[in-house]
Design a protein around this ligand. Structure first.
Ligand SMILES: [Zn+2]
Length: 554
């Protein structure tokens, strides 16, 4: 293996990387490409080499002493396409994001196809792929993720559904709205309580558990003998279509039997919901009623090697969105409590930053408590802390689904403010105790083009940088440490005019005024177009963990 010696321009400390093209990661210039140790060299070279080797060993020791930890920010539905009302810029391009741009200037950039080019995927499939689990091998339906995330304990053999409270026209059997109400946090749990433990008259041996998730969603688990996950669902997937009859997807007796059970379950749920006083009350208030639960994504709990086993990093996650939390739980990832983080527009992003920073700073700070399905109370988190802090943000995807252009831009700007807070909290730890060396990484799981209103297949931008380079990009420690840590709300939809946004977008379009890159590649902004010029090029989501691990261990 050949060794490349290089010099870091900013600190003037030589360090090395071995083999391959890893030099792109950090250094600005090579001083020479080395020779093998046993080659005869003139004495001046020998002394130069020994000096450099000494420095290398010293720097390696320092690196060994500091444990590497990563804050990984996943913005759901991040990427988009050029929007005419934004002057043909994407919402990410239009947003003013000085902190995330500083990450791009400080690190390496690329464009990522979360699963594969041309594939529009769900968040769960994409997350599996990004975390190193091939969805073609491991994916078994989203039902189990949703239910685990909602706090329903699942045993082998149990089936679960991803479920929506929806509105059906009883006379015609047409689902008029697949989401009864997005703001269902107070009423959802009451209706779930009414459905939990319901009895199936023809199948008395089977137990039904229902638990509220987020927004209009809930988790549904069926327990009992001879169940199959290989059945269709009742969800018509579009409004104004008939409620579907569940059918077996293979010829097994188990699948036929399970389809019959689930059809009866769907009817029983409708009966209970129609008679529930809460729906009478909603009707009298002119609100849409929640008289059906759409059942889809029937799945069994996946059995996979745990994340820590696979990657050698102890992981934690902040994900109020239940399906993501359930996916994390399936991979053995601890789910941190983050009070006020809701997984919707009312979320307090600061709370997520504080939870992840606490988990990555432990043991000097206390770790947040963690959530265990099937248990009422939280349990203490890992006292030694975590190495990989996964911070999930849903609001940007919601804005995409809601076709809210301004909100998608402003919500992403709010993510930028949160990243500034996270960087400050991590820097306080890194600078004061010199125990950990942090990296910051940001990307998305798929595109949700805001004018289209659903997931699509465009690649997502990806950036990873070392915190210390981010600090240089921001103008020094004192600047980062002055970041305001006050919690803030996401901006409301319609809080700014589109014209102003277009103007802001066009101001960001001028690249001459950008601050220069600090390390890594020449990219100076975080967006879909700039990322395409990054040194990572275009890569697949299955390669992401490999890139992160290579980057942080240098
Ligand atoms: Zn989505």
């Amino acid at each position: 293996m050949q060794t490349y010696y290089c010099r870091d321009n900013t600190e003037n400390v030589p360090y090395c990387t071995t083999g391959g093209n890893q030099g792109y990661i950090r250094n600005q210039s090579y001083i020479w490409e080395g020779q093998s140790k046993d080659t005869e060299k003139p004495s001046v070279w020998k002394s130069a080499i020994s000096l450099i080797l000494e420095a290398l060993q010293h720097s390696e020791k320092e690196n060994m002493a500091r444990k590497k930890r990563v804050a990984f920010i996943l913005v759901d539905g991040l990427a988009d396409v050029s929007i005419p009302s934004l002057g043909l810029r994407t919402p990410v391009q239009a947003a003013s994001t000085p902190n995330i741009d500083a990450m791009a200037r400080a690190g390496v950039n690329g464009l990522m196809d979360p699963v594969e080019p041309g594939l529009a995927c769900g968040s769960d499939t994409a997350h599996l792929s990004l975390l190193g689990y091939d969805p073609l091998i491991y994916y078994r339906g989203r039902g189990a993720f949703e239910s685990l995330g909602a706090g329903l304990a699942m045993s082998p053999g149990d089936i679960a559904f991803k479920s929506n409270f929806a509105t059906i026209d009883d006379a015609s059997g047409i689902v008029t709205s697949r989401r009864a109400d997005r703001h269902f946090e107070e009423e959802g749990p009451i209706l779930c309580e009414a459905l939990n433990g319901l009895k199936l008259p023809s199948f008395p041996k089977y137990q039904v558990c229902v638990r509220y998730a987020t927004e209009h969603r809930c988790g549904v688990v069926v327990k009992g003998p001879r169940l199959s996950g290989n059945i269709s669902g009742t969800d018509p997937l579009k409004d104004n279509r008939p409620l579907q009859v569940v059918v077996p997807l293979d010829d097994s007796e188990e699948a036929k039997h399970t389809a019959a059970i689930v059809n009866e379950l769907s009817q029983e749920m409708r009966r209970i919901l129609t008679a529930h006083p809460l729906n009478a009350q909603r009707q009298s208030q002119g609100k849409s009623i929640a008289n059906v639960v759409l059942l889809r994504g029937c799945g069994i709990r996946i059995e996979v090697p745990a994340f820590q086993e696979k990657h050698g990093l102890v992981p934690c996650m902040v994900a109020p969105t239940k399906i993501i939390a359930g996916l994390g739980l399936s991979l053995g990832i601890d789910i941190l409590d983050a009070p006020g983080a809701t997984g919707d527009y009312r979320t307090i992003l600061t709370s997520k930053a504080v939870a992840i920073a606490g988990a990555l700073s432990a043991p000097s700070k206390s770790t947040p408590s963690i959530f265990i399905p099937g248990e009422e109370d939280s349990k203490p988190g890992r006292s030694e802390g975590y190495d990989f802090g996964f911070l999930h943000i849903k609001a940007i995807d919601d804005a995409g689904h809601d076709k809210a252009v301004e909100l998608k831009v402003r919500a992403f700007e709010a993510v930028d403010v949160m990243i500034g807070q996270l960087a400050r909290l991590l820097l306080e730890e890194e600078a004061s105790r010199e125990k950990f060396e942090y990296s910051l990484c940001i990307t998305g799981d798929h595109s949700t083009p805001v004018e289209y209103g659903d997931h699509s297949f465009e690649p997502v931008p990806f950036t990873i940088c070392h915190l210390k380079d981010f600090v240089v990009a921001k103008g020094g420690e004192s600047v980062v440490l002055r970041t305001d840590l006050s919690p803030f709300n996401l901006p409301l939809a319609g809080s700014s005019a589109l014209a102003a946004l277009a103007e802001q977008a066009s101001a960001r379009g001028c690249c001459d005024s950008c601050d220069p890159p600090v390390a890594g590649d020449s990219v100076v902004r975080f967006d879909e177009i700039s990322a395409a010029r990054g040194c990572l090029g275009r890569f697949q989501g299955s390669e992401m963990m490999g890139i992160i691990k290579k980057y942080i261990h240098l």
